[in-house]
Write a protein that binds this ligand. Structure first.
Ligand SMILES: [Zn+2]
Ligand SMILES: [Zn+2]
Length: 139
């Protein structure tokens, strides 16, 4: 059977930055670390690890701005509306961690794990049975 090509689109809040991802989305990783709470302004961040080769910025590449909260990782956001879009680590340049809330549709992807639950906020409960790790995800 021939594989059906899959394409996912997304954008920032103002719409200037839009992108597409080809292929089936991997399951999501949730991070409850303090940096992610501050970066998102919420309880946690939900990301999908995507191969850089599967990701294409369609519009607004000039609006993408990088911020380094840690020396080895940059977080990219739209400089007009502030939407966080993805992050990438210097030691794994082939992978970007897409903020899944910016995707229009996610297909059947679900949460695969929760990391840094030691710093999870008390006012928001985890509502799934995915594995939870007090610190970084192992492996
Ligand atoms: Zn924007
Ligand atoms: Zn985090």
């Amino acid at each position: 059977m021939e594989a059906v090509p899959t394409l996912h689109r997304g954008s920032c809040l103002c719409g200037d930055v839009s992108y597409r991802v080809s292929g089936v989305l991997p399951d999501f990783e949730v991070c409850h670390c303090r940096q992610c709470q501050q970066a998102q302004g919420g309880a946690c961040v939900v990301v999908a690890p995507i191969a850089t080769s599967a990701f294409e910025v369609l519009t607004g590449a000039e609006r993408l701005t990088a911020y380094r909260a840690s020396p080895d990782k940059e977080r990219l956001f739209c400089c007009r509306c502030g939407s966080p879009l993805f992050s990438r680590r210097d030691d794994s340049p082939g992978v970007l961690r897409l903020r899944v809330g910016t995707l229009d549709h996610v297909g059947s992807a679900r949460v695969a794990s929760h990391a840094h639950v030691a710093s999870k906020v008390d006012w928001c409960e985890i509502g799934d049975d995915a594995p939870r790790y007090p610190g970084p995800r192992p492996g």
